[in-house]
Write a protein that binds this ligand. Structure first.
Ligand code: SIN
Length: 315
């Protein structure tokens, strides 16, 4: 008998937000409504087979921490290992959704679907977008052959490596940039246009990393800085004085750096700080030349390159 159950893990966000007035789409408090209550507002989910729920966290995703990620990754790993579980849905705020998605994919590369979903309007809105997004996410988690960590919002499925929040207000705030989306959810059916994120069966290092993330002071200090007109090296020196282990710089254009910032970063690199060069551009990737001395982010945005570097330092 193929696995049939879906688990929905609640972590907060606008999808679980409450406002004083139904016409207020921005003056709300995120992370107020429990995952059980979110489901109760979607009668169609009752026809979607057995759905289990667990409230893993209840926070505005701007406040996301590695401690919450460690807890979430541990619960996701637990459910992925259950033979009766077909897929996992995670309700999440839109603001750092791309980071959580990337973290889970980089750590777990699951062979089952792990689907993050969200909303741009609170649960109390006149026309909330959360219920449809949640229903669509369950359709993705139930899809035979689905795998890896993806995000579902406004009927679009985005892969964890590509998804980025690109709009502050629109109901469809995510883009997969040049890669394009993985597919679309239309009336509960999937129209796929790309492959699912890759899975990887060896999860032993993941368990070790999850355990180490839970310890105090366990997360290597990696910060993000940006190149801009008038950028200098003082910020790098200040961070080095604090014992920084890694730095991701969001360079201009093709990862270019102000000469003073570059000099400070090269000095940091020579002293053993891991330095990665991303771009502050939304689309495209940094293309290195043989003359470049700071490694590029391999197509990752600055926030994802930071997570990748932290995981490398932990491993
Ligand atoms: C959050 O990220 O938790 C709040 C904003 C949102 O979900 O859109």
């Amino acid at each position: 008998m193929p696995p049939q159950n879906i688990v929905i893990l609640g972590t907060g966000g606008t999808i679980a937000g409450r406002a004083a007035s139904a016409s207020d789409n921005i003056g709300y408090t995120a992370a107020q409504v429990g995952v059980e209550e979110l489901l109760a507002a979607i009668p169609a989910l009752a026809q979607a087979g057995t759905v289990l729920t667990e409230q893993v966290a209840q926070l505005d995703s701007k406040d996301m921490t590695f401690a919450v990620w460690a807890r979430l990754a541990a619960r996701v790993s637990h459910y992925l290992a259950q033979p009766d579980i077909q897929g996992i849905v995670i309700t999440h705020g839109t603001d750092t959704l791309e980071e959580t998605a990337f973290f889970l994919q980089a750590l777990l590369a699951p062979a089952k679907p792990v689907v993050l979903t969200c909303a741009m309007r609170p649960a109390t809105a006149l026309v909330p977008d959360g219920p449809q997004n949640l229903l669509d996410a369950v359709a993705v988690a139930r899809h035979v052959g689905a795998q890896g960590v993806v995000a579902v919002c406004a009927g679009v499925i985005h892969g964890a490596a590509d998804v980025q929040k690109v709009h502050t207000y629109r109901l469809d705030p995510f883009s997969s940039g040049d890669a394009g989306p993985t597919g679309y959810v239309e009336e509960g059916k999937l129209r796929l246009v790309r492959n699912w994120p890759q899975s990887q069966s060896d999860r032993a290092p993941a368990a070790k990393i999850i355990a180490s993330l839970a310890g105090p002071g366990a997360v290597p200090r990696v910060e993000i800085i940006m190149n801009h007109a008038g950028a200098g090296g003082a910020i790098v020196q200040a961070l080095r004085a604090q014992g920084i282990q890694g730095l991701v710089v969001a360079g201009t254009g093709n990862g270019s750096l102000h000469k003073e910032l570059e000099a400070a970063l090269l000095a940091a690199q020579a002293a053993g700080v891991k330095v990665i060069r991303a771009s502050r551009c939304f689309s495209g990737r940094v293309l290195s030349t043989p003359a470049d001395t700071i490694p590029d982010s391999q197509g990752l945005s600055a926030v994802k390159a930071r997570i990748s570097l932290i995981l490398q330092l932990l491993a």
